[in-house]
Design a protein around this ligand. Structure first.
Ligand code: MN
Length: 713
């Protein structure tokens, strides 16, 4: 088992001035709480956190990371409480350790490969401190190194998850050596036969190949020196997994993969790179289409290098990359972003930016001297606009930040959304407006025949939920108008001793529908319900002239009354455009009053004041939300009562005052009482309550006026 002192030595080697006290304390604590626990390998459990800490130290991470590595399993696997970790080790380590535990707790078992990208993003989104991911990767790496102790099925499961999730994350972070090792081990367990075969093929002529590598390296180096170019020449085997990938993707036999060995020439400057290329091309014949100039034309992910393939000494093909030290460093640390280049996947811009950012950070981490500065950098929110949540079946859904159970429900299915009555987050009931967080498991409770609510529009975040709720409300309103229109038409036809239901089955109906400019009978009926046309207008198209004459006077009066209203009224009816609006005579609402609408047979909507006694007695099902339309300036009648002591010129003064405030008198009724008081009732027209108030106040100042009041009902 690795010793803590070895780890501390490693840390002090790259950071001599560091205080390793926290490492000591984390070690002692971890040893205590893991005491007695044994790994499958038979080793004490403590060996695992020690190995993880050693990997982190090997990556030259800060002491907080290494200490957190020692403690990474204590919350999940021991009796240690999160509170205790916070108290003993401070909030930083607590934050990281609980972040790692949270990742371990994700219900990823059995997640499908097609979700891999979502899972990777979810993991990165949850780890809002980049060190959480570093530790998770180190943890996974050590677990992979000791995978042999698991059962066969477990091994396959873990290896597949590593290949799908963790190796790509390592690649995106630019930690190539972890990515390669994770891939190699996973490959060995997932495709043992193929892996062994490749290994055997590589081994077969190993000595020969090593000699070949050696001679090519020597040859290149010598030729460069002859041209006064100082360089480094590397020759290496590609790893087994990438050989396999190449065989698979390009459908090649092992023998055909000529670049199993790749050479790299590293120089000081860009001109030297081109010079080296020229030398190589003059020595060996290049294969035309294989030359790529990524120095002149860098890849979008900043990768730079010259790639060429040549025919070597004895006819074999030699792949060579030529680049500067700086380019090599960038490529190694992952700025080259192999995750898009090698995996050949399309990655959306946002994701690619997020990773470029991390790669930069990882790259610069070595150069950041001030630990505080580093800490500032490691706190990340990679995907600030999204949350990743699970269905109860373990499927991941991506939602916009702030999304609620209603958004989730509509994402599953429109009917689930329409009938959702509650949401359970991680097993607990929450309000429908509850904000979802990454990693939550959501279950939607539905009730048959339940309907969406208008209120949902105030908190849903997804376009889908919004449009589905709106659509439902619209359909609902149409249905309501349909049944109202039908009711009104039936009644109107009865008055003519005729039957509406027979009429709409007759051949004439099509003509009538067309006459009004509608497509279907339902549209016609609904527009009667909306109040756009009156039942009488429809009746007239059917009934005979005599019948009409008989009723003419009444209906003309009714139509007259309806038509008198301007099409654009001073009231907005929610959800319905262009509906006829009438005002209750009983309460005479004026802009500024709180109002409410009632759908009325034959007149569309009648508007009353909210506290009108008549309105309060009406069927609440006909009630509809309305509000004043500030854009339309109209005058409205309102009744006021003025009580005064009688005197000469009183009425003239009152009339003058009303006019002065811009209001108009429509009618007046004055009664003189025995005790010399005068009781006057005026109907005046005003534009709003403000004008009414000013008028009332002005009237109160008129000489000998005792009382001025708006008449309620
Ligand atoms: Mn672990």
């Amino acid at each position: 088992m690795i010793r803590i002192n070895d780890i501390i030595e490693k840390i002090t080697a790259y950071n001599p001035s560091v205080d390793v006290d926290i490492i000591d304390r984390a070690y002692i604590y971890s040893a205590r709480v893991h005491e007695g626990q044994i790994r499958l390998s038979g080793e004490p459990y403590l060996s695992h956190p020690l190995e993880v800490a050693d990997i982190l130290a090997g990556m030259k991470l800060d002491v907080t990371s290494v200490a957190a590595g020692l403690l990474h399993d204590v919350i999940e696997d021991t009796d240690a409480s999160p509170k205790e970790i916070k108290e003993i080790f401070g909030s930083d380590i607590y934050h990281i350790v609980s972040g790692v535990s949270k990742l371990s707790g994700l219900p990823l078992k059995g997640a499908q490969a097609r979700q891999a990208e979502s899972i990777r993003k979810m993991i990165l989104a949850m780890a809002n401190d980049i060190r959480v991911i570093m530790i998770k990767l180190a943890d996974r790496l050590h677990n992979m190194r000791t995978l042999e102790y698991h059962s066969r099925s477990k091994r396959t499961e873990i290896a597949q998850e590593t290949l799908d999730i963790y190796a790509p994350i390592a690649a995106r972070l630019g930690i190539y050596w972890i990515k390669n090792e994770l891939e190699e081990i996973s490959f060995r367990y997932l495709q043992p036969d193929i892996c062994a075969e490749i290994e055997q093929l590589v081994q077969k002529d190993r000595v020969e190949r090593e000699n070949f590598i050696d001679s090519v390296q020597q040859f290149i180096k010598r030729k460069m020196e002859e041209n006064h170019l100082k360089c480094e020449v590397l020759g290496r085997y590609k790893n087994f997994y990438s050989i396999y990938q190449k065989m698979l993707n390009q459908n090649l036999k092992f023998e055909d993969i000529y670049d199993v060995i790749a050479f790299r020439i590293i120089l000081d400057s860009i001109p030297q790179c081109y010079e080296a290329l020229g030398i190589m091309h003059s020595l060996w014949k290049p294969i035309a289409k294989k030359f790529k100039d990524y120095i002149g034309f860098p890849k979008p992910n900043m990768y730079q290098s010259l790639h060429t393939t040549l025919i070597g000494f004895s006819g074999e093909r030699v792949e060579i990359q030529i680049r500067t030290h700086e380019m090599d460093r960038v490529a190694q640390s992952g700025i080259a972003a192999h995750w898009s280049y090698k995996e050949g996947q399309h990655v959306d811009e946002k994701v690619s930016q997020a990773f470029a950012w991390i790669q930069n950070l990882v790259e610069n981490q070595a150069t950041v001297q001030d630990p505080d500065e580093f800490l500032e950098n490691v706190r990340i929110d990679l995907f600030p606009d999204e949350v990743y949540v699970f269905t109860p079946q373990g499927e991941i859904k991506t939602l916009p930040k702030g999304a609620t159970p209603v958004d989730f429900a509509y994402m599953i299915h429109t009917e689930v959304g329409n009938q959702c009555t509650g949401g359970k987050v991680n097993g607990r009931m929450v309000p429908l407006s509850h904000e979802l967080k990454t990693g939550d498991i959501i279950e939607i409770v539905t009730t048959k025949n339940h309907h969406p609510s208008k209120d949902w529009l105030t908190f849903v975040k997804t376009v889908k939920a919004r449009s589905k709720i709106r659509h439902w409300i619209k359909t609902q309103e149409k249905e309501r108008s349909l049944s109202l229109g039908r009711e009104m038409l039936e009644k109107a036809f009865r008055k003519y001793r005729s039957n509406f239901n027979t009429m709409i089955k007759s051949a004439e109906i099509n003509k009538v529908v067309e006459h009004f400019g509608f497509k279907t009978t339902d549209d016609l009926i609904a527009s009667v319900g909306y109040g756009k046309i009156t039942p009488l207008q429809v009746v007239r198209k059917f009934v005979t002239k005599t019948d009409e004459d008989e009723q003419d006077s009444i209906f003309n009066r009714l139509i007259g009354r309806v038509r008198k209203k301007k099409p654009k009224t001073g009231v907005v009816v929610h959800g319905i455009d262009d509906i006829l609006v009438r005002f209750g005579k009983c309460c005479q609402p004026v802009p500024g009053d709180l109002i409410v609408g009632y759908i009325t047979r034959g007149y569309g909507v009648t508007v009353h004041r909210k506290n009108c006694k008549n309105a309060l007695g009406m069927n609440p099902e006909r009630r509809i939300d309305v509000e004043w339309n500030a854009e339309v300036a109209e005058s409205y009648p309102v009744k006021i009562r003025v009580l005064s002591i009688d005197r000469v010129g009183l009425l003239a003064d009152i009339a003058a005052t009303i006019n002065k405030e811009g209001a108009n008198i429509v009618s007046a009724d004055t009664q003189t009482r025995e005790n010399k008081t005068v009781d006057s009732f005026f109907t005046i027209v005003v534009e709003n309550t403000g004008q009414l108030k000013r008028t009332v106040a002005a009237l109160k100042k008129v000489k000998l006026v005792q009382e001025v009041k708006r008449i309620e009902n």
